[in-house]
Ligand binder design. Structure first.
Ligand SMILES: Cc1ncc(COP(=O)(O)O)c(C=O)c1O
Length: 377
C-alpha cells in the first residue's frame, strides 16, 4: 500500500551522486577506499574517537565486538529487552547468554538502578542502547561496570552526534557501534561503524574486519605481505556506500537542524492535545543533547494505539509501533524469559507509537498529521 505520508523515506541531501561517480571513476569500489577513509577520519575528528572502522552494518559492528571480547558459551551479556534484535543476537551467535534488563519509564533506556543485581561472575559486557538518540545514564553504567571489571559496549545505532553531559555518545564505552541503515539520520542504505575507545582493541579489530588477515598493516607499509593471522570475517562496506555516507556526514549540521525543527514542531503542537488525552510525549533529560532520531507517543492503552494506527492509516499516514520485548520472543523464552520479567518494557512496547519522521518531511505534511491526530476520538 502506498501512503500519502510514509513512515520513513531515505533522503539525499548533498553530493551523494557526485561522490559515487567519483568513487566509480577512482577505480576502487571495494572496501577501505578514499571515501571510507574520509568517513572514518571525519568521525574520529568530530567525536574524538581513537579509531573508527566502517562496517557493513551496526549488526556486524556488534558481532565484531563479540569477537573482540572472545565471547564463549557461558559468558553473559546484559542487554535491554526493549531493543532491536541485533543488540542481543550479535552476542548470542557467539555463545553468550543474554541477561535481559528492564528500561526506565521516562527515557526508555536501560534501567541502570537494576544493573547491580543483574551482574554475576560470568558477566562479560553491558550493552546500553541510547534509545532514540537520548543518552543512557552513562555515569552509573560506567561506575558499575568499572567496579565489576565489565566491558561497556554502547549500541549507538540511534545516537550519532548526541551527547550526555556534554560528551558525545559512543565515546563512553570501551567500544561502540553506529548504524547507517536507511531509517537512520545519516544513511548509505546499509552500513555501520565500530568506534574503538580503548587502543588495545585496534589491531585485532582491523584483523577481524579483514577476514582474519593483517591486510591493514600491509596497506600502511608495516609488513611487506599480508597473511592469515587470526579469525575474522568480511565487514568492509564498498567504497560506493562510503561515498554516499560521506556526502551525508558533510551535511551533518544541516540534517540535524532540520530534524530538530521537525521534532520541536511535533512537540510544541502536540503538547496540549497529548495532555488532554493522557498521552505522554518523549522525555529528554536536561543533561542529554538528543539526536532527533524519532518522535513517539506513549498512549494510555494498547486498544487506543491499535485504533490510532488504523485511523491514521485510513488518512494515508503510516505510523508504527516499535520493539517487541525480546525476553518474550521465541528466542528470549529459550533463555528463560517470561512475562513479568521486564514489566516496563512489556507495558511500553504495547503503548508506543512512532509518527512519520524523516529529513524531507515538510511542515504541511506535519500539519496534516497533527490535524489528523486532533480529529481522532
Ligand atoms: C538499537 C539498534 N541496534 C542495532 C540495529 C541494527 O542496525 P543495522 O541495521 O545497521 O544492522 C538497529 C537497527 O535499527 C537498532 O535500532
Amino acid at each position: 500500500m502506498r501512503y500519502k505520508i510514509p513512515f520513513n523515506k531515505p533522503c539525499f541531501v548533498g553530493d551523494e551522486i557526485i561522490y559515487m561517480k567519483d568513487a566509480l571513476l577512482n577505480g576502487h569500489i571495494s572496501g577501505d577506499g578514499i571515501y571510507t577513509q574520509k568517513c572514518s577520519q571525519l568521525l574520529e575528528r568530530e567525536l574524538g574517537v581513537r579509531k573508527v572502522l566502517l562496517t557493513t552494518s551496526c549488526t556486524h559492528a556488534l558481532e565484531m565486538c563479540a569477537l573482540l571480547l572472545h565471547m564463549k558459551r557461558g559468558d553473559e551479556v546484559i542487554v535491554p529487552s526493549f531493543t532491536f534484535v541485533s543488540t542481543v543476537n550479535a552476542f548470542v551467535i557467539h555463545g553468550a547468554t543474554p541477561i535481559f534488563i528492564d528500561i526506565r519509564p521516562d527515557t526508555l533506556n536501560l534501567d541502570e538502578s537494576q544493573l547491580e543485581r543483574k551482574i554475576s561472575v560470568r558477566t562479560k559486557a553491558i550493552v546500553p542502547v541510547h534509545y532514540g538518540g537520548v543518552g543512557c545514564d552513562m555515569d552509573t553504567i560506567k561506575r558499575v561496570a568499572n567496579h565489576h571489571g565489565v566491558i561497556v559496549i554502547e549500541d549507538n545505532a540511534h545516537g550519532l552526534f548526541g551527547k550526555y553531559k556534554g560528551q558525545y555518545l559512543g565515546t563512553f564505552g570501551d567500544l561502540a557501534t553506529l548504524s547507517f541503515h536507511e531509517t537512520k539520520n545519516f544513511t548509505c542504505g546499509e552500513g555501520g561503524a565500530l568506534l574503538i575507545n580503548e587502543s588495545n582493541y585496534i589491531e585485532e579489530a582491523e584483523i577481524i574486519r579483514e577476514k582474519g588477515t593483517d591486510r591493514s598493516r600491509f596497506f600502511r607499509g608495516q609488513v611487506d605481505k599480508y597473511s592469515w593471522v587470526s579469525i575474522g570475517s568480511s565487514y568492509l562496506p564498498s567504497d560506493l556506500l562510503a561515498a554516499i555516507l560521506y556526502a551525508q556526514l558533510e551535511k551533518r549540521n544541516e540534517i540535524q537542524k532540520k530534524r530538530r525543527s521537525l521534532w520541536e514542531y511535533y512537540f510544541h503542537n502536540l503538547q496540549e492535545w497529548a495532555e488532554n488525552l493522557s498521552i505522554k510525549l518523549p522525555t529528554v533529560p536536561s543533561d542529554c543533547e538528543q539526536t532527533y532520531h524519532m518522535f513517539y507517543l506513549l498512549l494510555p492503552s494498547l486498544d487506543m494505539r491499535t485504533r490510532l494506527i488504523e485511523f491514521l492509516k485510513r488518512l494515508g499516514i503510516l505510523s508504527v509501533f516499535n520493539y517487541l520485548p525480546l525476553h518474550l520472543s521465541p528466542m528470549g523464552k529459550k533463555f528463560g524469559g517470561k512475562k513479568g520479567d521486564c514489566p516496563v518494557t512489556e507495558d511500553i512496547s504495547d503503548r508506543i507509537l512512532r509518527l512519520p519522521f524523516y529529513n524531507e518531511l515538510s511542515q504541511s505534511d506535519q500539519d496534516f498529521i497533527i490535524s489528523a491526530l486532533f480529529k481522532f476520538k
